[in-house]
Structures are given as structure tokens and as C-alpha cells.
Design a protein around this ligand. Structure first.
Ligand code: SF4
Length: 300
């Protein structure tokens, strides 16, 4: 792995861009973050890695889509984690909350090597909490059934479905890739739940035109097994090209989110308001942004 660029602030988030396989066009990005409120990686440390070179899904709001060049190997995924750990000189086993999120470039459920990486990860860092963020590709039934076994290697595991709308037609517009229906996500998420453990998270990026019907969601998803996360649509180049309303003003974001959150809470859901740090947008720590801006700069 050849590190080409590191941007950001250590006390918030650092974004790495690296090339793989001795090819300067095989680019990945990964993130080293800590909670600004805690400001200390030994209290909470989050490493967000890529699982593919580009992404075949092409979500409307994501810079990682397009230019898909295949899966990363387990070693290439674990290599991203090692670079971040070595860069900090800290021992993750001494960290109170150490999370590794497969949530950067790529759809993890399309890469069979993710299960291998997770198995190896469980042996490397005893308290690690993995997070898988997925649209739930239809073809990945075997992958999801294997995940039920892999999950049990960890004391805690976070599963997050990118749902984005309660309308199936809109889901296909936003995430133009064959995927499980809402009913199928509900069945799988329920089977993933372990009593006393965290619930699967249904993630919605908020856009004025994307239907999010709280009552309809409650009909399919039981709040006993699912929480909801609301995020603003972050200002990416792809989102801008697709004419999305990109929130850059904290007051406006909070107001719209509160309205939706109240509807969902009335239906019994635990709602996570993921406003994030506006500075993260400036750092370019949104999905696919770092590689895209790096490539754009190289092309000038
Ligand atoms: S949001 Fe995830 S699934 Fe969608 S294009 Fe980006 S990386 Fe791929």
C-alpha cells in the first residue's frame, strides 16, 4: 500500500488516500476518527475502511460510486486498519471503545473477503466492534447467512442498512442496484438481533423528495429490533451533480431532522440524529470524497 495523501485534523478525523497493487489508479480511502467530544482515541476510536475499489452501486449522493474495479482482499482491508493504528502509535486493545466500520468505498456485502477480514479482525483486537453498512444486495444471501456466524465472534456488532426511503420505487432511484425489499431487510435484521445487544440501524439520508413514512416503516420494522438513524445528505460532488439539496447549514439540518425524528419516535423507534461535524465536510470525510477530489486534482 502506498499512502498518497493524508488530510484533516488528528483531533477530529484524518482521511487517507492510498494506492494498491503498485497501480496509482487503484485508489482507496480510509478514515481515522475520534469523537470530538472525547478527543482521545483511547476513549473512542473509529476506523472506517473501504471494501472495494470504487463501488458498483452508484448511489445518488455518494462520490464512491462509478469506476468500480473489483473487491479488496482481506489483507488489503486489514492493511488500512494497520496504517491508521501505526500512524497513531496506540494500542487498540487499550481503547475503551474501538470500532472498525466497513462503510467507506464499496458495498461490503458484495465482497466475500469481508467475512475473512472480520474473522481475522476478531483475533487481532479483543474488544473491537465491527460495523457493516450495507444496502442489502439481493445476490448476497449467502454472504448474509455467513454474517450470522461471524457476528458471534464479537461481543458487540453493528449492522446498518442504508434504507433512505420507505418507498421501494424511490429506493431503486436512490440506490440503483438489485437489493432486498424492505420486508426482506426486516426479516434478516430481526434474525440478526441478539437479546441484550444493539439493534440493527435503519439509515436514512434526508432529502425533501425522498418519502420517509414513519407509520409505513413501523408496519414493516419492529422497534424492538430496529433503531433509526437520520443523517443529512452530505455535500458531495455527486449529490450536487444529481441536483440534491445538500445541507451545509446546521440550523436548517437540525430543524428538518427534528420533525422526522418526532414522527418516528411516536411510532416507538429509537432515533439517532447523526448531524456529525460540519468540519468533517470541509475535511472531505464523506464517502468517496477524498479519492474523487484527489483524482480531480491530479487531472488538472
Ligand atoms: S453509499 Fe455505499 S453503496 Fe452507495 S455508492 Fe457509496 S459506497 Fe456504494
Amino acid at each position: 500500500m502506498n499512502i498518497l495523501q493524508v488530510t484533516g485534523k488528528p483531533e477530529l478525523a484524518r482521511v487517507y488516500v492510498a494506492s494498491l497493487r503498485n497501480d496509482p489508479t487503484n485508489l482507496v480511502e480510509f478514515v481515522d476518527a475520534c469523537s470530538p467530544a472525547l478527543g482521545d482515541r483511547l476513549k473512542k476510536w473509529v476506523i472506517i475502511i473501504s471494501s472495494q475499489l470504487g463501488c458498483p452501486v452508484n448511489c445518488l449522493m455518494c462520490d464512491a460510486g462509478g469506476g468500480f474495479r473489483g473487491n479488496l482482499s482481506s489483507a488489503e482491508m486489514l492493511g488500512q486498519i494497520k496504517v491508521v493504528i501505526d500512524g497513531n502509535g496506540l494500542d487498540p486493545n487499550a481503547c475503551a471503545k474501538f470500532k472498525v466500520q466497513f462503510a467507506r468505498m464499496g458495498e461490503p456485502a458484495l465482497n466475500p473477503q469481508v467475512a475473512t477480514a472480520l474473522r481475522e479482525l476478531s483475533g487481532l483486537y479483543s474488544g473491537v466492534i465491527p460495523c457493516i453498512a450495507t444496502i442489502g444486495p439481493k445476490e448476497s444471501r449467502h454472504w448474509f447467512s455467513e454474517l450470522l456466524t461471524v457476528r458471534d465472534l464479537f461481543h458487540d456488532f453493528q449492522l446498518q442498512f442504508s434504507v433512505n426511503s420507505t418507498d421501494e420505487v424511490w429506493r431503486d432511484v436512490i440506490m440503483p442496484y438489485p437489493k432486498m425489499s424492505l420486508g426482506q431487510l426486516a426479516d434478516y435484521g430481526q434474525s440478526f438481533y441478539r437479546p441484550g445487544q444493539r439493534k440493527a440501524v435503519l439509515n436514512f439520508a434526508l432529502q425533501p423528495g425522498w418519502p420517509l413514512d414513519a407509520v409505513g416503516l413501523r408496519r414493516k420494522f419492529d422497534p424492538k429490533y430496529f433503531a433509526v438513524k437520520l443523517t443529512p445528505t452530505n455535500p458531495t460532488a455527486t449529490g450536487r451533480e444529481n441536483g440534491l439539496e445538500l445541507n451545509e447549514d446546521l440550523g436548517a439540518i437540525t430543524g428538518k431532522m427534528e420533525e422526522k425524528a418526532r414522527d418516528l419516535e411516536q411510532q416507538g423507534f429509537l432515533v439517532i440524529r447523526s448531524i456529525g461535524e460540519l468540519e468533517e465536510n470541509r475535511i472531505g470525510s464523506n464517502c468517496g470524497q477524498a479519492v474523487k477530489s484527489f483524482v480531480d486534482r491530479m487531472a488538472v
